[in-house]
Design a binder for this molecule. Structure first.
Ligand SMILES: [Zn+2]
Length: 118
């Protein structure tokens, strides 16, 4: 997706205001780099339906299963956290920051918390 100049300015302002410490892994200053896209972190998966378990067993045994059935056994996340990612250019430590907490949902066109993303 990439970010517009307005979005980049808002992101850098939020990070400048809220991040006060060097990299938590290597302690280097000013080595974090923004990864240029929004990350959707899925969570809250529902338990796999027993039929899904049966299908998984069939797959592991080498039984052929139509692709539509495989899709049906993948659980849907019940929550998704929109996040920004920073990676330390020295050690590779990677961090994710909740867009809602940063106050960037509006500028990044993310629906308010609790509303569906689709
Ligand atoms: Zn580091």
């Amino acid at each position: 997706m990439g970010f517009s100049n307005v979005q980049v300015d808002a992101i850098l302002k939020a990070f400048t205001e809220k991040i006060k410490q060097p990299c938590p892994a290597c302690a280097e200053l000013n080595r974090r780099q923004l990864v240029g896209d929004v990350f959707m972190i899925p969570g809250g998966y529902q338990p796999v339906h027993p039929m899904g378990i049966a299908r998984a067993a069939a797959i592991m045994s080498g039984t052929s299963i139509p692709p539509t059935q495989i899709v049906n056994m993948i659980p849907e996340p019940s929550i998704t956290i929109p996040a920004l990612c920073l990676t330390c250019t020295n050690c590779g430590f990677t961090e994710f920051y909740n867009i809602h907490v940063l106050g960037l949902a509006n500028v990044l066109n993310i629906p308010t918390a609790g509303n569906p993303l689709g």
